[in-house]
Every structure is written in structure tokens, then in C-alpha cells.
Design a protein around this ligand. Structure first.
Ligand code: TRH
Length: 472
């Protein structure tokens, strides 16, 4: 019997902002490779951001293997050669003569060292062809030209290179082309997940919507993740070792061992931390705050604004950015996780612990709708929903009178959040943090909701199914 060949795939990722785009793509690439045996090439336009999550990445390599995934430095489309030098449809993804002296991660930049006159690059007849392995100097990866393979995954409508799409079009059987969309808990996601759209050139895209329900693409969740989490949560030594690895100082670890609560802090700069800290200070146990350097820069001033007695309830640990595996475990050991964006939300969900989601702000306040849709699914106590809305400056049922500061009618209110800190939230919004009974209810509900969502198929498995169809 002939063995079925492994599915081969290209994942394209542009880092628009922050770390969420590459965070999702990196987890997906590894999941497809490790759990489904796929051969994955991950094209990333910003290796610097990627390296924050994967410190062993070589940001100067144009092609490299990392955790069995081939990572390709995908040059920035903004660095296109002069439009008259190349056909415009191809230019946007071709090497740029003006970039040749730059030490950026441009995809084909290593080629420049082979070319005596870089300024003549735009006339290089090879410029309109896909780059080939033979022209790179630093890759342990496979030797075939970078032609499309079984599956193309375009993350967040990032547009693969034009020459690549042209090559897809020229294939006898074009790849399965998946557009991986942003995460939302809104109902309409179910109706759109899996829809096909035919382009004018005849190629077809499938829309894959991650989501929280069975009728969506699901969420990224490694096999055995919850079992591994459960073991870790029951192992105080493993937790202490992780804290040490992450750079949490001895004194803070001693406080944790002595019963202090751990709160991780990964939010956008406008989070109402003063109100949150004011409520945490009312707890009958101290809090060790763990925050990456540079994140939530007003943490220190919000702590300083507390009374001396309240301030004494906190130890703040600023730690370096840590790799995904450590980040996930930090969330597992915390009593409360403050997360943002979509990837850290999902990881905090899997922690099965209470969380405050500081959702990525959108111009038309669409984030409020997304937040409500998520909260409505969780089954968390009302007070937890109030706290989450307040943390985002959104009107809540209990605190509707505070809404004007964030409504479009308020001329001082920005389209997205950026000035509202304690204007829209006060410590009363977070009262459940020091109400033991309600907090316990939240803990139970958080665990239950994680289990509920984990009963659905995970996103890598959903996408792997498309791959099976591609290789059938
Ligand atoms: O970084 P983000 O704010 O990314 C955002 C969101 O994804 C948003 O939805 C998107 O539209 C916008 O970018 C363009 O938040 P997010 O999604 O939580 O991603 C953070 C990633 O960083 C996640 O993969 C976890 C990872 N991380 C670590 O690996 N180590 C760390 O120490 C920290 C703090 C984060």
C-alpha cells in the first residue's frame, strides 16, 4: 500500500501590529507540522517581532528551519522596485534595489551579495521569477524552488505575493487556498465559516473563521494541552521553576509560595489599572503582578497612586518577553490573567482561570460588540462580565451611567480607546476580585467554559481537513 504523501503548505503572515498575527501563525504552523505531519513553510515579513516569541529564530536568515517549520523572511511589499522597472503586479513582491544596503529581513536580500551591481537589480531578468533555493546561502531547508504547494494559508487577508498567486493559477490542480480570518465570538461567524469565493481569475478561496463554537473553525489548541495544564497546575515545583526561568526574582517567588496571588498583566496602554489595582488591594492576600517590560507603562504610576497601605499589597515584577511555552504556563499558574488581542485571550481561556480581556480597539467601536459576544458565551457571573466591560470602557448593565465618556456623541472620546483609564472604570467595577464567593464562582465558570470550548475541534484540525482534500 502506498503511503499518503505529507501535505505541504505555505502560510503567509504579515505583522500588521504587535504580536498577535505572528503568534497565531506560529502556533498554527507548529500545530500542522507536529500534530498533522504537514511540511509547512511560514512566510513572515517581520522576523524581529517573531523573534520575541521564538528567541532562537535567526532574524538575519532568509530561510531556516525552526521546530520542523521552514521559516522564510518575506520582504515588505512597501519596498517594491520602481514601478516602471517591473510589471506592477509583480513588483510589489520583488527584490528592491534601494533596499540592498539595508540590513532588513528582505526576502531575497541575500541574493544581493551575489550581484555585483545592486543598483541594477530592477533589470535582473530573474526579478520577475520566484526566488529559488539555489540563490539563498544560509538555509538548511529543502532545495526546491519556492513554488506553491498543496495548501496556501493566507493569514488575515494579507495577500500572498503576486507572482505566487500567478504560479498557483498556472498549476494543473491549484492549491487549496484558505483565508484565515480574525477571531470573533459573534453569531455571524458560523454562517461565513467555510464559504468559498471564486476570484475573477478562477482561483477559489475558502474562508476559515476561528471561533468558540462547533460550527466555526475552532481555536488553536495543542493536543493534550489541558492535560498538560492540569499537571502543571498541580505541581508547585514546576511552577516555581517556571517563574525562575521567566526571571521572577526570589523575593517575589517567596511571596507566591507564601500565598500571594499572581496576576499577569498583558494589556494595551490605556487599561484602567488604577481602578483594577484599587480593587485588588482590598483582597485579603497580597498580589504579585507579573508584566513584560514595556507593556502597560503606567503600571508603576497606577501603583504609586494607591495609599501606602494599599501599595504594600503589591509586588511588581517586570520580566522579559518570554517564548510561547513559558507565556502559556505563566497564564496557567496565575489567579487572574489580564490579556489582550486574540492569541493571548485564547491562551488565557485555556488556562481555565478568571481573565480580563483588554480587547484590541477598533475605530468604529466594533470591539465592544466582539467583547459582548464573547462574554455572552462564557457563562461567567454577571460581576465578571461587568469587570470585563469596565476594563474596556464599555457600558455595562450595572454601570450604564458611565457610558457617555465612550460613546461617539462625546466629542472628547476618541474613535478607539486611548484616554479613558479611570474615567470609565472605578474599583467598584472590579469588586468581585475581593468578594471571595463570587470570585470562586468565576473560577469554576472559567474552568467550565474552557472545557466546553475544548470539546470542539481545534483550528489546526479544521485546517488539516482541508489539506486531506487537497491531497486526495
Ligand atoms: O500583541 P497583540 O496585541 O496582537 C494584536 C491582536 O492579535 C489583535 O487582535 C490584532 O488584530 C492586532 O495584533 C493586529 O495581542 P495577542 O493577540 O494577544 O498576541 C500576543 C502574542 O504574544 C501571543 O502570541 C502571546 C505572545 N507573548 C509571548 O509569547 N510572550 C510574552 O511574554 C507575551 C507578553 C506575549
Amino acid at each position: 500500500m502506498l503511503a499518503t504523501p505529507a501535505t505541504t503548505a505555505d502560510i503567509f503572515c504579515r505583522v500588521v501590529d504587535n504580536f498577535g498575527d505572528i503568534g497565531v501563525c506560529w502556533r498554527l504552523a507548529r500545530g500542522l507540522s507536529a500534530e498533522h505531519g504537514w511540511h509547512v513553510r511560514l512566510w513572515v515579513d517581520d522576523l524581529g517581532s517573531f523573534a520575541r516569541l521564538a528567541p532562537t529564530l535567526d532574524i538575519h536568515a532568509h530561510r531556516q528551519m525552526l521546530d520542523a517549520v521552514e521559516v522564510i523572511a518575506w520582504r515588505d511589499a512597501a519596498l517594491a522596485p520602481p514601478s516602471d522597472a517591473l510589471d506592477a503586479s509583480e513588483a510589489s513582491d520583488m527584490p528592491d534595489a534601494t533596499d540592498m544596503s539595508d540590513a532588513s529581513d528582505a526576502f531575497v536580500k541575500s541574493d544581493a551579495s551575489d550581484i555585483s551591481d545592486a543598483s541594477d537589480m530592477s533589470h535582473d531578468p530573474d526579478a520577475s521569477r520566484p526566488p529559488e533555493r539555489s540563490r539563498t546561502t544560509d538555509s538548511p531547508a529543502s532545495a526546491e524552488p519556492l513554488m506553491p504547494r498543496d495548501v496556501v494559508i493566507e493569514a488575515f487577508a494579507c495577500d500572498p505575493p503576486a507572482w505566487f498567486v500567478t504560479a498557483m493559477h498556472g498549476m494543473a490542480t491549484p492549491p487549496v487556498w484558505i483565508n484565515l480570518e480574525y477571531l470573533s465570538a459573534e453569531d455571524w461567524i458560523e454562517g461565513c465559516h467555510g464559504l468559498h469565493s471564486r476570484r475573477s481569475d478562477g482561483l477559489e478561496k475558502i474562508f476559515c473563521f476561528p471561533g468558540f463554537t462547533a460550527n466555526t473553525g475552532g481555536l488553536l489548541r495543542e493536543r493534550d494541552l489541558l492535560r498538560t495544564r492540569d499537571r502543571f497546575q498541580a505541581d508547585a515545583n514546576a511552577q516555581d521553576a517556571l517563574l525562575t526561568t521567566c526571571g521572577v526574582p526570589e523575593a517575589a517567588r517567596a511571596r507566591i509560595a507564601g500565598g500571594a496571588a499572581v496576576v499577569t498583566l498583558f494589556c494595551y496602554p490605556d487599561a484602567p489599572l488604577q481602578a483594577l489595582f484599587g480593587a485588588l488591594a482590598q483582597r485579603d492576600r497580597p498580589t504579585v503582578l507579573i508584566a513584560p517590560h514595556g507593556v502597560a507603562p503606567h503600571t508603576e504610576s497606577a501603583l504609586d497612586a494607591l495609599s501606602a497601605v494599599e501599595r504594600a499589597q503589591f509586588v511588581l515584577c517586570r520580566i522579559p518577553f518570554v517564548p510561547h511555552e513559558h507565556f502559556d504556563r505563566l497564564l496557567w499558574l496565575a489567579d487572574l490573567n489580564v490579556v489582550r488581542g486574540e492569541d493571548s485571550l485564547v491562551r488565557a481561556l485555556w488556562a481555565g482561570r478568571p481573565l480580563l480581556w483588554h480587547i484590541y480597539p477598533q475605530d468604529d467601536a466594533a470591539h465592544d460588540v466582539k467583547l459582548d459576544a464573547f462574554l455572552a458565551r462564557t457563562g461567567w457571573p454577571d460581576a465578571a462580565q461587568v469587570a470585563n466591560r469596565a476594563f474596556n470602557g464599555a457600558a455595562s448593565v450595572a454601570h450604564a451611567s458611565k457610558a457617555p465618556a465612550d460613546t461617539p456623541e462625546d466629542p472628547a472620546a476618541p474613535a478607539a480607546r486611548d484616554t479613558r483609564d479611570t474615567r470609565a472604570a472605578d474599583r467598584a467595577d472590579f469588586a468581585l476580585l475581593h468578594d471571595e464567593a463570587t470570585f470562586r464562582e468565576w473560577q469554576t465558570a472559567a474552568k467550565r467554559y474552557a472545557d466546553t470550548v475544548a470539546a470542539h475541534r481545534d483550528l489546526a484540525a479544521t485546517i488539516a481537513d482541508y489539506g486531506v482534500r487537497a491531497t486526495d
